[in-house]
Design a protein around this ligand. Structure first.
Ligand SMILES: NC(=O)c1ccc[n+]([C@@H]2O[C@H](COP(=O)([O-])OP(=O)(O)OC[C@H]3O[C@@H](n4cnc5c(N)ncnc54)[C@H](OP(=O)(O)O)[C@@H]3O)[C@@H](O)[C@H]2O)c1
Length: 300
């Protein structure tokens, strides 16, 4: 399939970097235009050997988007769901054929504060399918390296402290996804337009895992014996409420404690069927991240 200009946002980010690596591996031939910022680290783009043009600008800037999308056929918008409305508006104005939008499974949270905005944005775009072909990709929590800003904090905590406070029993399910699996998924979606165009996919890790098991797995990979201190849920909620009343700079809210109990496991069967999505198991993926962490700490 010949693609005219492929326009990518967020290629310097955690998952975008894996997409770039896949494009390099596949010796992607077509012209690529990437949105970067003045401070972005573009070294991988510069060394890629691909036909990549960098355009400097901000995704909040509609005029920049409209101007930089001239001649574009397909967009992979990785950067952030909050930029999607402007990206799609500029794309429609430029007669872009297809926009692949990376959003989030956060839209499925039963807590409105987590999901309401995502649902509003996504649904307002999905009705535009008569103007542009759209594909929405919804990752779960992303991990894979220090760039994840999620799991790396947990790894660091478990490495530094012997005890870990667990709100409730930790039996809620999670299904974190490795950044590499997402980079590969973006590429495979792009290469399979016959099935992926105008479809939506949840992109999760191989198997659901309980939060407690997840902590135990990370701890084991660090060769630590972590003591899990299970705090009864009601106590945790009341404590968070009091804590938020007495400080204006609380680091956790009552609702965040409750949201931690929510299952965040999502099936990827449709992605498996349509473009062969086959993510890595958490145990294997986190092993890599722990090794990277320890290496950065100079321990191995
Ligand atoms: N983290 C999670 O657990 C999670 C879960 C579900 C969904 N998601 C979503 O999945 C997507 C991919 O995540 P990721 O981890 O790859 O993201 P990331 O590492 O945070 O990368 C964000 C990318 O967007 C660029 N960017 C951010 N704001 C910009 C702006 N105003 N103008 C131009 N470029 C901008 C960044 O450029 P610079 O290099 O200049 O910073 C970077 O390339 C994102 O949409 C994210 O919201 C994340």
């Amino acid at each position: 399939m010949v693609i005219r200009v492929l326009y990518i946002t967020g290629i310097t980010g955690h998952t975008g970097t894996w997409l770039l690596k896949r494009l390099v591996k596949e010796k992607y031939q077509g012209p690529i235009r990437c949105v970067v910022r003045q401070g972005s680290n573009t070294s991988l783009i510069d060394q890629s050997g691909l036909n990549i043009e960098k355009v400097y600008g901000d995704l909040d800037d509609l005029a920049f988007l409209k101007e930089s999308m001239k001649g574009v056929e397909t967009i992979i918008h990785i950067s952030w769901i909050m930029h999607s409305p402007k990206v799609v508006e500029a794309a429609i104005e430029n007669d872009v054929k297809w926009a692949i939008l990376v959003h989030t499974t956060g839209r499925f949270s039963k807590y409105k504060s987590a999901s309401e905005e995502y649902i509003k944005i996504e649904d307002s775009l999905l009705v535009l399918k008569d103007k542009i072909n759209l594909t929405v990709l919804r990752p779960t929590m992303i991990y894979g390296s220090a760039a994840d800003r999620n799991m790396i904090k947990l790894i660091d905590f478990l490495n530094r402290f012997r005890a870990f406070p667990l709100f409730g029993k930790g039996e809620n399910l999670m299904q974190p996804v490795h950044a590499r699996d997402l980079g590969n998924a973006y590429y495979d979606v792009l290469m399979n337009p016959d099935v992926t165009m105008n479809n939506n996919y949840n992109l999760s890790g191989k198997n659901p895992i309980t939060y407690k098991k997840l902590i135990e797995t990370v701890s084991a990979k660090l060769n630590k014996k972590t003591i899990l201190i299970s705090l009864p849920l009601r106590f945790s909620v009341v404590s968070a409420r009091i804590y938020n009343k007495i400080t204006s700079k609380a680091i956790i809210s009552e609702e965040q404690v409750l949201r931690m109990q929510e299952d965040k496991a999502f099936s990827y069967e449709k992605a498996k069927r349509d473009f062969g999505y086959n993510p890595i198991d958490f145990e294997e993926g986190i092993q890599e991240e722990v090794q990277l962490y320890l290496k950065a700490k100079g321990k191995r």
